[in-house]
Design a protein around this ligand. Sequence first.
Ligand SMILES: C[S@@+](CC[C@H](N)C(=O)[O-])C[C@H]1O[C@@H](n2cnc3c(N)ncnc32)[C@H](O)[C@@H]1O
Length: 214
Amino acid sequence: MLRIDVFTLVPHAFAWLTEQRPLAAVLGSALELRLFNYRDTTPLRAGQVDDEPYGGGAGMVLRVDVVAAALDAAYGGPPEQPVVALTPKGRSLTQAVVEELAAAPALTLLSSRFEGFDERVVEHLASDAVSIGPYVLSNGDLPAMVVLDAVARRLPGALAEGSGELESFSEELGGALEYPHYTRPAEFRGWTVPEVLLSGDHAKIEAWRREGVR
Ligand SMILES: C[S@@+](CC[C@H](N)C(=O)[O-])C[C@H]1O[C@@H](n2cnc3c(N)ncnc32)[C@H](O)[C@@H]1O
């Protein structure tokens, strides 16, 4: 079983994700998900978690002592499992990174908001930093959900038998994109389905599909 711990300011935001596949299919069997709120363990008064940036400038910064307190409360010291800070400055999330994360026995995901983490979180408390793309979102919760969904798909029981192997970026397809799919009707507004798919000839269909992904 893979255990993923997410540290966030809005644990309730993850509810919808846990109610549907693939997470719903693997929760309690292949995946244990724990959600931690930085505010529950902050050493500061009145649930404070952020502060003004040294050197001035707009926005607030998630404090390093707040993140450290949350990790200490959960693990009683530095966690042994990978601790992944979600930040636009991290390494890009690719399918290879997803496979790597899904192979770990346990993972910690750190989400931030505001102007982001105090850099010492990324340097000293996290062991890895991941970006879901070259754009800036308002918080790390959507990136954490992207990682959760992508990782959960790789766990046993998440998908129907076989449907996870022949996907875009999979080893089976040599990292290429998957072939196109079609379903009924065979013709719509004059747009037809490739003849080969209606032929019933499985060898030809397989060859057409393999050709399409090159
Ligand atoms: C508004 S962003 C901070 C952006 C930061 N000031 C910058 O310019 O790089 C707030 C938080 O959202 C999350 N975030 C935003 N975009 C992200 C991305 N592309 N990948 C991963 N996390 C992201 C991170 O946790 C980040 O600390």
